[in-house]
Design a protein around this ligand. Structure first.
Ligand code: NDP
Length: 249
């Protein structure tokens, strides 16, 4: 179904979708694309000015007005996430989708030398905060007719590799969350949990991980958007516990 998927300006019409890390890279492309498909996008991220730039671009394009939710996932408490959920409930009553996209790379170092503080920071942003935010938002997602949660993994999430340290472990954890949440919600609702591996994509994170690489040899965030829209859309209702791999083989 995915291979043939082409989105239109109505693919996500009237949906309310939260995107984390919406200010840059793949998250920015997803926010703009979701708005282009008719969704009201809630832009969550760390750097306010980047979120404002995405908000302005959505406005300039005449798309459904977005909302900015500044939150540092490194430091945000569970209470703050629950407060955020109450705010969304008050404003919109429900939530149709969450794209967990924000992440940090941490260090590319042998585990033997990996700084424990960096380890905790990476696990917090890439895994613990993902769990806490998902748990906070589930009641709102259940209130939607067809709620969709998308986690973001990496090739090292499926196959951990030397030097990828906490990043690889955090992405393994996110793949595990996809399986566990899926099994635990199976019968009860239309709510679904899936995961995307974007594969090598032209962003700042990729450039940090592979400084010697020519970015122009890589696919752009825009090129992988069909997978991102598909899993959010009603075309994927009933699609549960899947990992869509956008890495060209
Ligand atoms: P970028 O570094 O370009 O963007 C990451 C986004 O996450 C930024 O908007 C950043 O905000 C946000 N973010 C980081 N830390 C926090 C925080 N503490 N609180 C809130 N927001 C935060 O990365 P990509 O676009 O490349 O990556 C997007 C996702 O795709 C990640 O999950 C990544 O692991 C995954 N991925 C990417 C690949 C690639 O080749 N690009 C390959 C495989 C997986 P700010 O700019 O304000 O810091």
């Amino acid at each position: 179904a995915m291979r043939a998927f082409e989105y239109t300006k109505d693919s996500l019409k009237d949906k309310i979708i939260l995107v984390t890390g919406a200010g840059d890279g793949i998250g920015k492309a997803a926010a703009l694309t979701y708005a282009g498909c008719g969704a009201t996008v809630l832009l969550l991220g760390k750097t306010q000015s980047k979120l404002e730039a995405v908000y302005d671009e959505i406005e300039r394009l005449g798309l459904p007005q977005a909302a900015i939710l500044p939150m540092d996932l490194q430091t945000a408490s569970f209470a703050q996430m629950q407060e955020l959920a109450r705010l969304i409930e008050k404003e919109f009553g429900h939530l149709d989708g969450v794209l967990h996209n924000a992440a940090i790379l941490g260090a590319l170092t042998p585990l033997e030398m990996y700084d424990p503080i960096t380890f905790e920071q990476v696990m917090r942003v890439n895994s613990t905060a993902v769990f806490m935010l998902t748990q906070s938002l589930i009641p709102l997602l259940r209130a939607a007719s067809s709620g969709s949660v998308i986690f973001t993994s990496s090739s090292v999430g499926s196959s951990p590799r030397a030097f990828w340290g906490a990043y690889a472990l955090s992405k393994q954890s996110v793949e595990g969350m996809t399986v566990i949440f899926t099994q635990e919600t199976q019968a009860s609702t239309a709510l679904r949990f899936n995961c995307i591996n974007p594969g090598a994509t032209r962003t700042n994170m990729r450039a940090h991980a592979f400084p010697g690489e020519n970015p122009y040899t890589l696919k752009t965030p825009e090129e992988i958007m069909p997978a991102y829209v598909y899993l959010m859309s009603d075309a994927a209702s009933g699609v549960k516990g899947q990992l869509i791999d956008c890495q060209p083989k």
